[in-house]
Design a protein around this ligand. Structure first.
Ligand code: AP5
Length: 215
């Protein structure tokens, strides 16, 4: 299966992808995770991405599309199916992704759009904690680690993303409304859109997603 996950910052795209990728045997491709890894390793790409990510703006289309093209062409797991999380984020990225996937003969099958209300989004983003070592995602209230500040999976230290502060979240929401929301219509026109209520708790969202994909 080849799936695109859409939805505002903090709607739970990464959490859902992690929860269903093994059920469906899919490769989870997150542009946010790839960019943060590059930033952590201080690569030239990471240095260029940093200023956009930290202000909540978008990294240039050409740069992220190149990353995705490379991943889709060279990771053998992508051939078996993928869950795209955080890409595409502009109409241009969506059109370019279609071209890449037509060439590879593996077009997008479904787009799951996670809808969440603003108060839920703010609560999720301000309480999110991420493992520095393995990238596992927690929430101080909704999904706390067993030992405060320590990852259950690998014992790594949990941190708060630099873009999870109020000013940057406001900008990320603005960018989402202006640049990313129009993509919903793009996939709707293609008959590939399924909308999920992501205000619900994580297990329910997972069940809803699997029901939609298998139904
Ligand atoms: P990215 O990392 O993609 O950020 P985002 O889209 O803002 O999404 P988030 O990761 O914040 O949220 P999410 O929906 O995955 O929520 P999560 O599951 O973690 O991108 C970061 C930046 O990189 C961008 O701002 C941009 O600069 C750049 N970038 C990335 N892709 C780009 C592109 N294609 N083009 C240009 N620039 C790009 O959940 C959030 C919290 O809520 C967690 O704590 C979780 O535990 C909790 N939670 C999740 N679901 C539930 C639930 N159902 N119930 C209760 N709690 C929940």
């Amino acid at each position: 299966m080849r799936i695109v996950l859409l939805g505002p910052p903090g709607a739970g795209k990464g959490t859902l992808a992690t929860a269903i990728k093994d059920n469906l045997g899919l490769l989870h491709i997150s542009t946010g995770d790839i960019l943060r890894e590059e930033m952590k390793n201080n690569t030239p790409l990471g240095q260029e991405a940093k200023r956009y990510v930290e202000s909540g703006g978008l990294v240039p289309d050409e740069l992220v599309t190149r990353l995705i093209k490379n991943k889709l062409e060279n990771d053998p797991k992508a051939k078996k199916g993928f869950l795209m999380d955080g890409f595409p984020r502009t109409l241009k990225q969506a059109q370019d992704l279609d071209k890449i996937l037509v060439d590879l003969k593996m077009p997008v099958e479904w787009t799951l759009c996670l809808e969440a209300s603003l108060d839920v989004i703010l609560q999720r983003l301000t309480g999110r904690r991420v493992c520095k070592s393995c990238g596992a995602v927690y929430h101080v209230k909704n999904m706390p680690s067993k030992k405060e500040g320590i990852c259950d999976k690998c014992g790594g230290v949990l941190y708060q993303r630099t873009d999870d502060n109020e000013a940057t979240i406001t900008n990320r929401m603005k960018v989402y409304t202006e640049s990313t929301k129009p993509i919903i219509e793009y996939y709707k026109t293609q008959g590939k859109l399924k909308v999920l209520n992501a205000d619900k708790e994580a297990q329910e969202v997972k069940e809803l997603a699997l029901k939609n994909l298998n139904g």
